[in-house]
Design a protein around this ligand. Structure first.
Ligand code: ZN
Length: 59
């Protein structure tokens, strides 16, 4: 999926399974362009974006 900050498509999944995330949460993504770390969650059918770490660079 596209980065919600800069729209780049080089986001990669971070392997954080050992961190205790539950299976109903999407993998944590990191943008290869701006460094934003985020996760998509679905709460009552509404898709939300959780920003875990702000982008390293401003666009
Ligand atoms: Zn980005």
């Amino acid at each position: 999926m596209k980065c919600p900050n800069c729209g780049d498509r080089t986001a990669v999944d971070l392997d954080m399974h050992s961190g205790g995330f539950t299976s109903d949460q999407s993998p944590v993504k990191e943008c290869g362009a701006c460094g934003l770390v985020w996760r998509v969650t679905v709460d009552a059918g509404v898709t939300k974006i959780d920003i875990i770490k702000p982008a390293d660079r401003k666009n």
